[in-house]
Design a protein around this ligand. Sequence first.
Ligand code: ZN
Length: 78
Amino acid sequence: MLRFLRRRSAHIEEPEGTTCLWCRTVIPARTSEELFLAGAVLDPGAGWFCSNSCARQYTVRFRVQPTRTPPHRSPTSH
Ligand SMILES: [Zn+2]
């Protein structure tokens, strides 16, 4: 019985859930409520992440925050 189940689950690789946009971990939840309960983090502009750190890394990499634009000219002159 156990063997059968194992074989079956190994054979069928259907992602039953939502994939984290950053690390591609499949969160075993589909609705937003389930995702929140699973500890997933929603980025309204992007999608779901398995954890806060994933969401943060994604934001840091793909988004430029308008309030924190890096200065083109250095304020200190030589
Ligand atoms: Zn993740």
